[in-house]
Design a protein around this ligand. Structure first.
Ligand SMILES: Cc1cc2nc3c(=O)[nH]c(=O)nc-3n(C[C@H](O)[C@H](O)[C@H](O)COP(=O)(O)O)c2cc1C
Length: 203
């Protein structure tokens, strides 16, 4: 499928068919393809919790403004940004060390700490920005595999973090519901999009 078609056809699917599952193997394929997403210094500071059981969906639903799509979608991904993912515990640094040696790794690590970890604002941006890019890649990847998606940001992020035992330095960025559109429902036409002239300044 070419990218133009993919971009034109992707929609936020409000109504999922509860009877149409997306098997775990397909979820894996969707996520693995999306990992070609770029990230700062290739640090990939993200984690995902894939919510698939009825019990876990119910817990998530309560913390996502009771949006029905959480209960109907086959799987909902909790997208987690690691705000300190530039730190040495990230396994990416081991690869850097193996390739460039310890001294070089230390220099680059220090630079990354400064760039992404110097202030809380920088840490938040680091975690959310990189994970947001992965999220978009996942939605396009899902379209590629014939799976519909819906981004969800209307959530109690702190509540979800507590409920799903997410570590302190990691934060819930958003959710992505994955499944198949309920053909009995109507898909509303796409809403207006601002165009180049509306928001691009060429200097
Ligand atoms: C970060 C983000 C958060 C969103 N949160 C919600 C949400 O909580 N509930 C909802 O119904 N739609 C949510 N949406 C979906 C948008 O309303 C939708 O993407 C937009 O209206 C454009 O529609 P389209 O994706 O079908 O083109 C969210 C989208 C994004 C990107």
């Amino acid at each position: 499928m070419d990218f133009k078609k993919l971009a034109e056809n992707r929609r936020s699917v409000k109504y999922f068919d509860k009877d149409k599952d997306v098997d775990l193997d397909t979820i894996k394929k969707i996520i693995n393809l999306a990992t070609y997403s770029p990230s700062a210094f290739n640090l990939q500071p993200w984690n995902i919790i894939a919510v698939r059981t009825e019990e876990a969906k119910e817990r998530l639903y309560k913390l996502a403004d009771e949006q029905g799509k959480i209960l109907k979608a086959s799987t909902t991904l909790i997208m987690i940004g690691d705000r300190t993912g530039y730190e040495e515990y990230n396994p990416v640094w081991k690869r850097v060390e193996d390739k460039l040696g310890t001294d070089k790794k230390e220099i680059i690590l220090k630079a990354n700490r400064k760039l992404y970890g110097e202030t809380e604002e920088k840490q938040i941006k680091f975690g959310e920005l990189n994970t947001g890019l992965l999220a978009m890649s996942i939605m396009y990847s899902a379209s590629y595999y014939g799976v519909d998606s819906h981004p969800v940001g209307g959530i109690d992020a702190k509540g979800i973090k507590k409920e799903f035992n997410i570590e302190d330095n990691k934060h819930v960025v958003m959710l992505i519901c994955l499944g198949h559109f309920n053909e009995e429902k109507e898909m509303k036409p796409r809403k207006h999009r601002k165009k180049f002239e509306d928001f691009v300044e060429v200097v």
